[in-house]
Design a protein around this ligand. Structure first.
Ligand SMILES: [Mg+2]
Length: 224
């Protein structure tokens, strides 16, 4: 019996690329007058490119965009402050998140989240997805003082859900932090492909659409 399902957030439940695009376009609109010479499309595309799936922190993203266009009328730190304060207003879930969460709970499973990132930034972003009431444990690495793939954060989440590793499945998009990390503590894994890491042969299953997850987990219980 799978008694708990643990999820990564960014690019697993949260469509981070779409959310970033929506945020960046709105931010551009607010500062259009001071971003002379830069179109909304070039601002958004450069923002996404430099972010590189979260590899570059936003203060550097903003500093580079402004430097590249010799824009001195805006301080990169003020753009960063807007991002930290307001990104959650643009956070969009992948299709089917609410239905999937309800179906997993109806199947008798508890839900948990482990996300690497800042607190309360990531907490607010998760609240914005509209399913937080269905989750029994939410762990944000900055608050926990430990981050994926450290086994400690997975063990801590399992303890809070009151389940053992073999009773839990981890769902994530990062082959190292999510999939290998969860496997090291003995959890089964479901991989969510994204364009940065298209394959992960280590995972026990692949889920391209959240609607499919309840059936994938029932398949684990039936066996191969
Ligand atoms: Mg992720």
């Amino acid at each position: 019996m799978i008694r708990a399902v643990l999820f990564d957030m960014d690019e697993t439940l949260l469509d981070r690329q779409a959310s970033l695009r929506a945020f960046a376009a709105a931010q551009y609109s607010r500062h259009r007058d001071r971003l002379a010479g830069l179109s909304v499309d070039s601002f958004v595309e450069r923002f996404i490119e430099l972010d590189n799936n979260g590899a570059l922190w936003k203060d550097e993203v903003y500093r580079r965009i402004l430097d590249e266009h010799r824009i001195a009328a805006i301080d990169p730190q003020s753009l960063l402050a807007e991002y930290i304060a307001g990104f959650h207003c643009f956070c969009q879930p992948f299709p089917g998140l609410g239905e999937m969460a309800a179906e997993l709970i109806a199947d008798g499973r508890r839900l948990g989240l482990i996300t690497n990132g800042l607190y309360p930034f990531q907490w607010r972003n998760f609240q914005a997805l509209g399913v937080a009431h269905s989750f029994s444990a939410v762990l944000v690495s900055e608050k926990e003082g430990v981050r994926k793939p450290d086994p400690e954060i997975f063990r801590r989440a399992l303890a809070r859900l009151g389940v053992t590793a073999d009773e839990a499945v981890f769902v994530g998009d990062n082959p190292e932090a999510d999939i290998r990390g969860a496997q090291r503590v003995g959890m089964r894994t479901v991989y969510r492909p994204n364009r940065f890491w298209p394959e992960c042969p280590l995972a026990d299953a692949v889920c391209t659409d959240l609607h499919e997850l309840p059936a994938i987990l029932r398949g684990f219980e039936v066996g191969p």
